[in-house]
Design a protein around this ligand. Structure first.
Ligand code: NDP
Length: 385
């Protein structure tokens, strides 16, 4: 493999760390263009020095002095603020890993798409909010969108060499999160510390809460609807507590293809970085004899209404998934800050969805306006709680 250039948006996060761990192990083959963070200037500067990046950007401009100080004498450019983040994403790199959390990643991801190169997309909220606008931009600019989310990466792999018209079902697996077996009464008392303690995966706080509410699976359903246009009625969710089967595709001849692997994001990230080739990861081989049993069960949408809300949002289309996503981001932050209960997250999202149904967005600016308004409304509900 000849040396490739890479930008990591969200370099200081969980996906960012897994990506850079792979690059560290395969160093001669990669050249870092830009690394970004929100406010973690010290860690960002450390990574930028280690990977000899051209540019390091903090989205939170108040952290720029700290970044400049930490990069002093390195020759690495430092910048801060939303415009600098977009400029970093627009700088030419063959591969951009989009790993910012939340809709905050949307504008920089769109800037990277406009370069028409490879986007390894982890930032599911961006695709959920701007589905039609983003997929149209990918087609218009000839970009290649590779899904990093483990389920979508699994589906992408299972679809290789096959025709979408032959698909009978796409089944997304869900671990069910830490509260899979909790009663409604227990769920009402769940704490942020309990919610972020995922049984199988080590992830950032927001996605861990999403996993506990099942909004993660709901967002993934909408993400799959955009990535693999087989029709919503062919997309299913199944709870699989061991997180070994990462998703499945059943074809019309009765064959089901599945992708299996350890619960380690380095596997799907490596698959995207090396695509269409393969690269080494340090993950232990899958030991099915040691795992012993793989179990599956139907999701419970009474205790976990998030997937029902997400399916309805996907069906409505247009701006509705952006409303769902923004309302959820605010509700998750409110839960993590101790302002609302765990079960109030889905209730708050449903309340926002029932009162705000803007027309379909036609542009990135429209999506961002819907996102901003849905945040205001979700915040108002938090304050009224
Ligand atoms: P983390 O919270 O661990 O990291 C988020 C990254 O985004 C950090 O670099 C953070 O910077 C940066 N960031 C946060 N807010 C902003 C902002 N407003 N503007 C610019 N940058 C910002 O998240 P994860 O790595 O867990 O998740 C990243 C994305 O990948 C999410 O969309 C998630 O759903 C998706 N994903 C994650 C998986 C996982 O295993 N973690 C699995 C599948 C998908 P700073 O450190 O300075 O705060």
């Amino acid at each position: 493999m000849s040396q490739r250039s890479i930008t990591v948006l969200g370099a200081t996060g969980s996906i960012g760390a897994s990506t850079l761990d792979l690059i560290r192990r395969d160093r001669p083959n990669w050249r870092a263009v830009a690394l970004t963070a929100n406010g973690n200037a010290v860690e960002l500067a450390k990574l930028a020095r280690e990977f000899a990046a051209e540019l390091a950007v903090v989205a939170d401009e108040t952290c720029l002095p700290a970044l400049r100080e930490a990069l002093a004498g390195s020759g690495i450019e430092a910048a801060g603020g939303p415009a600098a983040l977009i400029e970093a994403a627009a700088r030419d790199a063959e591969v951009t890993v989009a790993a910012i959390v939340g809709c905050a990643g949307l504008a920089p991801t769109m800037a990277a798409i406009e370069r028409g190169r490879v986007i390894a997309l982890a930032n599911k909220e961006a695709l959920v909010s701007a589905g039609e606008v983003m997929t149209a931009a990918v087609a218009r600019h000839g970009a290649t969108l590779l899904p990093v989310d483990s389920e979508h990466n699994a589906i992408f792999q299972c679809l290789q060499g096959n025709d979408l018209e032959d698909v009978r079902w796409i089944t997304l697996t869900a671990s069910g999160g830490p509260f899979r077996d909790w009663s409604a009464e227990q769920l009402a008392r769940a704490t942020p510390a309990e919610a972020v303690r995922h049984p199988n995966w080590s992830m950032g706080a927001k996605i861990s809460v999403d996993s506990a509410t099942m909004f993660n699976k709901g967002l993934e359903l909408i993400e799959a609807h955009h990535l693999f246009p087989v029709g919503l009625d062919k997309l299913r969710i199944i709870v699989h507590p061991q997180s070994v089967v990462h998703s499945m595709v059943e074809y019309r001849d009765g064959s089901t293809l599945a992708q299996l692997g350890p619960s380690d994001m380095r596997v799907p990230i490596a698959s995207s970085l090396a695509y269409p080739a393969r690269m080494e990861t340090p993950c232990a081989p899958l030991d099915l004899a040691a795992i012993g049993e793989l179990t599956f069960r139907a999701p419970d949408e009474v205790r976990f209404p998030a997937t029902r809300l997400a399916r309805a949002a996907a069906l409505a289309g247009g701006a509705i998934p952006a409303v769902l996503n923004a309302a959820n981001e605010i509700a998750v932050a409110a839960f993590l800050d101790g302002h609302i209960s765990f079960t109030r997250i889905a209730a708050q999202v449903e309340d926002v969805l029932s009162r705000y149904a803007p027309p379909p967005p036609q542009s990135l600016a429209d999506v961002l306006a819907v996102d901003a308004e849905a945040r205001v409304r979700s915040r108002e509900l938090t304050e009224a709680t």
